[in-house]
Design a protein around this ligand. Structure first.
Ligand code: CO
Length: 210
């Protein structure tokens, strides 16, 4: 969509609707009945990320939450509600935290500066930097940014494991937690192989909620 006007968006919607109906007359009737997604996707708000495109997904396939730099903050009522609904009502089988190389939020967190209302949000990312300071400081600037993108995804997966609903679902083997990175320089999706079982065992002493 190369800078469509508002009128063009509505014209496109009508064309898309007609095309869908021509392919499958029951498409919208089925879509409007219920959603049964198997995936919860937690990603960055970046306009260059299209969840459906990078997962080859269709409407109804993926429950989505996005914010600046795909943060799972354990006191953020927004993400907590999304996770709770996804597990409790939708019974998703996979929760994916997906970051992306070149993330503006991660870049901003790596450069000290006052960004107003974004400061507390960026401090979550700066905390990840602080947790991995020796590893990150040993890298050149570009590699440091790429690595912080990856470490941020993994830390947000850890934050998911701190949540009671996620702990229960993991213990019952009802859900998998996955950390991915999208490389928009190549279009490639990379699995960081987050080991939810190992992390939940390690965290249990500190964060067990049962
Ligand atoms: Co981003």
């Amino acid at each position: 969509m190369a800078h469509k006007t508002l009128q063009e968006i509505f014209a496109h919607n009508e064309r898309w609707r007609q095309e869908r109906l021509a392919e499958d007359p029951a498409f919208f009737a089925r879509l409007s009945q219920a959603q049964t997604p198997k995936y919860l996707f937690i990603g960055c708000s970046d306009s260059r990320i299209s969840t459906e495109a990078l997962m080859c997904a269709e409407p109804g396939d993926v429950f989505v939450h996005r914010n600046v730099a795909n943060v799972v903050q354990v006191s953020d009522l927004n993400v907590l509600s999304v996770v709770s609904y996804a597990l409790g009502q939708l019974a998703v089988e996979h929760i994916v935290v997906c970051g992306h190389y070149g993330c503006g939020g991660v870049k901003a967190a790596l450069s000290p500066g006052d960004l107003g209302v974004l400061n507390p949000w960026l401090s979550y990312l700066r905390d990840v930097y602080r947790l991995h300071l020796p590893e990150l400081n040993a890298l050149e600037a570009d590699a440091r940014c790429d690595r912080l993108v990856e470490l941020n995804v993994l830390e947000q997966c850890v934050n998911l494991v701190k949540l009671r609903e996620v702990q229960r679902a993991l213990a019952a083997q009802r859900v998998g937690v996955h950390g991915w990175v999208f490389d928009m320089r190549t279009g490639q999706l990379k699995d960081l192989r987050f080991d939810a079982a190992r992390v939940s065992r390690e965290l249990l002493d500190l964060y067990a909620l049962e």
